[in-house]
Design a protein around this ligand. Sequence first.
Ligand code: HEC
Length: 203
Amino acid sequence: MPSMNPDAQMPRKPPVFTQEQIDDLVAYYEEEIGVAGPPVPEGVPGNMPRRAEYGDEESYEEAKAEYEEAVGAYVQGADDTAAGEKLYLTNCAHCHGWSGGGGALTGGNFAPDLREASPRQFYEAMVTGPGAMPYFNDETITPDEKQDLIAHFLTLENEPNAGGIFALNRVGQVAEGFIGWTVGLSLIVACAIWITAKQRAHD
Ligand code: HEC
């Protein structure tokens, strides 16, 4: 926000409002319009501190360390990240990709890259279902399961790479296999053409 084109899906970009302005907007909406969003548990860490909102480097670094510690504690507090992985792969991966890199949807929509989202943004997305995303209320995926899912995703995010020589933007094993197969086969065909061309030149 703000949006240049109200018909197009908005890409993720750095927020223009300060956290205080956002809190004021939410308070206005809840009080004057009387609609509050679905509740999010207290301990889910929210937005990463932004440099512009801090006077000096030291207080910014302090706030950042505090935020990272809260995220670490939230991830540690999850009961079962393996169950979280299953939930992610079953409910989210077909749109956002197995590693959260995002993907295209129909009608000009796209599932965004999730690698910058905070635990609270994850939680809010699941309980509200923004744009073309379905919502997953606390009966479909319980708050504890949501924590497992988010913790799985954040530990996956910390993996530098899933393996292999090239990163290939973590498109997934099947797609990476296909790329390897196509490139390999093209090389073999190119070699065969090259060898027979040399042979013909000799004849
Ligand atoms: C049908 C496809 C679809 C599925 C399934 C889906 N999402 Fe989404 N998701 C989207 C789309 C589209 C958006 C962007 C909505 C918008 O901003 O207009 C989105 C947005 C998000 C965001 C906000 C990203 C940001 O940059 O802040 C998060 C977090 C998220 N999804 C997490 C999840 C999780 C976790 C699941 C599984 C429980 C899931 N999504 C399932 C399509 C999907």
